[in-house]
Design a protein around this ligand. Structure first.
Ligand code: SF4
Ligand code: SF4
Length: 285
C-alpha cells in the first residue's frame, strides 16, 4: 500500500475522526479502499462529454476553478478517490428495514458524510502544507448541481465516477458504485498536483460487476426500492429524489434525528452486491 493510502486508512482508524454520531464508540465506516488515476486519463474526458460537456469538470478544469491564477497541465495532476464501506452494524440494521431507512443508515448518511467531508479537508490541508496544490472538487464554491441531457440530475463532479476511473468499481442497475467492498458505501475524492501511480482498472465496461448487467439475473435492488425507482431500464432519479424528499427525509426528521436527511439506500443492502463485487464472488465460489 502506498504512503497516502496508509495515511487515509490510519486517519479513518482513529475513533476521533470516524464516529457514527457525536460521542459514539461505533465507527461510521469500515477500513477504506483507495485508488488513484492520472489527471489526463481519457476516461475523465469521456465522462465529461457523456454527462454534460457544458458543466462537468475534467480534473484540469476543477484545478483551474480552485486555482485560477495557476497554469496547469492535466498530466501534472492525480485524482485520489476512496471508498468508505458501511459497517456490518449499519448494514445489519438496514437489511431489516422495509420502505423506510434505519436510524443507523440515517446517522451514517448525515454524520458519516461529515466524516467524509473532514477527510477531504484533511487531505487537502495535508497536501497544501507539503507544498502541493490540492482541492476537493465537491467542496469548491463553484461545484454545482446541473441537469444532464442524457442522465437528468447531475453535477460538476461526481465522486462515484471519479472512483470508477480510479479503479474502485463499476456501476450497478441502481446507479450505485459496486466496489470490491460492495455498494453500501460512501465515496470521496481529491485532486492534487502530484503524480501517483494509477490504480489498474480490472474492468472494461462501466457496469461489468452488476449481476443483472452481466448475467441478466438479479434485480434484487429493484425489489428493495419502495419508490418503484429501479427497473430493468435502470434508475429513475426523479422518482428516487421525490421519495427521499417527500417520505424518507420527513421520516428522519419526525422519527429519528429531528432534522431532514436525504437518507434511503434500501437498494444498497440485502442485495448480492451489498458488501462485495458479486461477480468476483460467483467466480471464486
Ligand atoms: S442488486 Fe443485483 S441488479 Fe441491483 S445493482 Fe446489485 S447486482 Fe446489479
Ligand atoms: S435510494 Fe431508495 S428510493 Fe432511491 S433507488 Fe434506492 S431504494 Fe429506491
Amino acid at each position: 500500500m502506498c504512503q497516502i493510502s496508509e495515511h487515509i486508512v490510519s486517519w479513518m482508524a482513529d475513533p476521533a475522526n470516524n464516529a457514527l454520531e457525536p460521542g459514539s464508540d461505533l465507527p461510521a465506516f469500515d477500513q477504506p479502499l483507495v485508488g488513484f488515476a492520472a489527471g489526463e486519463d481519457a476516461l475523465f474526458t469521456f465522462i465529461k462529454n457523456d454527462i454534460g460537456p457544458a458543466f462537468y469538470w475534467t480534473p484540469e478544469e476543477a484545478f483551474k476553478a480552485a486555482f485560477p491564477a495557476e497554469t496547469v497541465r492535466a498530466d501534472e495532476l492525480s485524482v485520489i478517490a476512496w471508498i468508505l464501506p458501511q459497517t456490518l452494524h449499519t448494514r445489519l440494521a438496514h437489511r431489516k428495514s422495509v420502505g423506510l431507512p434505519s436510524p443507523e443508515w440515517s446517522k451514517a448518511r448525515h454524520y458519516g458524510e461529515k466524516v467524509n467531508e473532514n477527510l477531504r479537508l484533511h487531505l487537502v490541508d495535508l497536501f497544501l502544507a507539503a507544498g502541493y496544490k490540492a482541492l476537493a472538487p465537491v467542496l469548491l464554491p463553484q461545484w454545482a448541481r446541473a441537469l444532464s441531457d442524457r442522465y437528468g440530475y447531475a453535477s460538476s463532479w461526481s465522486e462515484r465516477h471519479a472512483a470508477h476511473v480510479c479503479g474502485l468499481g463499476t456501476f450497478g442497475l441502481s446507479d450505485g458504485l459496486i466496489t470490491p467492498a460492495g455498494k453500501a458505501v460512501r465515496v470521496g475524492s481529491v485532486i492534487i498536483r502530484k503524480r501517483f501511480a494509477p490504480t489498474p482498472r480490472t474492468y472494461t465496461s462501466h457496469n461489468e460487476w452488476c449481476l443483472f448487467k452481466s448475467t441478466g439475473k438479479c434485480l434484487a435492488c429493484m425489489k428493495r426500492c419502495p419508490a418503484g425507482a429501479i427497473s430493468e431500464a435502470g434508475h429513475d432519479k426523479v422518482k428516487c429524489k421525490e421519495y427521499i424528499r417527500n417520505v424518507t427525509a420527513v421520516h428522519v426528521e419526525q422519527e429519528q434525528l429531528g432534522f431532514r436527511v436525504n437518507s434511503c439506500g434500501l437498494c444498497q443492502t440485502k442485495v448480492p452486491c451489498e458488501s462485495r463485487n458479486p461477480l468476483a464472488s460467483a467466480k471464486n465460489a
